[in-house]
Design a binder for this molecule. Structure first.
Ligand code: BJW
Length: 230
């Protein structure tokens, strides 16, 4: 039974209407990373950070999965083996499409985290600076997302999954952010067949043996069809 590991990035959700980070009109063209995606930025101006994530939570709540998310859910349902989706995305579109084996390595918009006691709970639609943690009462609650300088989630599951993968595919990610940017190279060294599906050449393209260029909603369903046919 073959094992398939898939890394997804913002590009897979772009056709669902959610902005990417580093494309020309992406989030980092409108917001400074240091202000909204670092623990230091949160300490400096928590209201700005909460407003940034409240707006994204609201957009994500309105978004619907596209054919790429749906194709990965079909792959999990129909493949005679393991399928793990490691997503860098904080939206819930893989789950909305029906994927069950999903690891959110950069956290989730619909979860809240207490900066003081590490308690986690479902985030309200609007998080506010003055919200108290339901466990310890401290007023330092934040979105449960992984900022620069923080350790991503699931590292203990990801390394063995990459080592055991027969196929590793990266979809819609620019290869600029570590550790995810090194997964193609790592999986290939460990013996996986590596495929990149992206609109364009990425920083990590050279680490992949096979490339499928085009919008995720078109190239992912075609690739899934081929994998299922064997
Ligand atoms: C389409 C498409 C369509 C468009 N169809 N494709 C120096 C050297 C090396 C590393 C470091 C360094 N200095 C610091 C570091 C580490 C740092 C890092 O990588 N920095 C880089 C800037 C160099 N990393 C970290 O700090 C991480 N932690 C860490 O390393 O801890 C240490 C440790 C690790 C492991 C074990 C033990 C210790 C944490 C990184 C956290 C990143 N957080 C963010 C924000 C999350 C919350 C939120 O969403 O706001 O994660 S930043 C942002 O970038 C977000 C994304 O998940 C991440 C990746 O972006 P992604 O998904 O690739 O999006 P884009 O926009 O970049 O690319 C979109 C792609 O889609 C493009 O290629 C398009 O072509 C394509 N596309 N439309 C198909 N329709």
């Amino acid at each position: 039974m073959s094992k398939i590991v898939i890394l997804t990035g913002a590009g897979i959700s772009a056709e669902s209407g959610l902005g990417t980070f580093r494309d020309e009109d992406g989030l980092w063209a409108q917001h400074r990373i240091e202000d909204v995606a670092t623990p230091e930025g949160f300490v400096r101006n928590p209201a700005l950070v909460q407003a940034f994530y409240n707006a994204r939570r609201s957009q994500a709540a309105d978004a619907r999965p596209n054919p790429a998310h749906q194709a990965l859910a079909r792959l999990e349902a129909e493949h005679d083996g393991d399928v793990l989706v490691i997503t860098q995305n904080v939206d819930g579109l893989h789950e909305a499409a029906g994927s069950r084996n999903v690891l959110h390595m950069h956290g989730q918009l619909d979860r809240a985290l207490c900066h003081v006691c590490d308690h986690r709970w479902p985030a309200p639609d609007e998080m506010r600076v003055e919200d108290a943690c339901p466990a310890c009462g401290a007023c330092q609650t934040r979105p449960d997302v992984v900022w620069f300088g923080e350790i991503p989630y699931g590292m203990d599951q990801i390394d063995p999954a990459l080592a055991e993968a027969d196929i590793f595919a990266a979809i819609g990610t620019s290869g600029n952010v570590y550790p995810a940017a090194a997964y193609g190279q790592h999986a290939r060294r460990m013996g996986a067949h590596t495929v990149e599906l992206n609109l364009e050449v990425s920083t990590a393209s050279r680490d992949f043996e096979e490339h499928r260029r085009g919008p995720a909603s078109e190239v992912v369903p075609l690739w899934v069809e081929e994998v299922l046919k064997g």
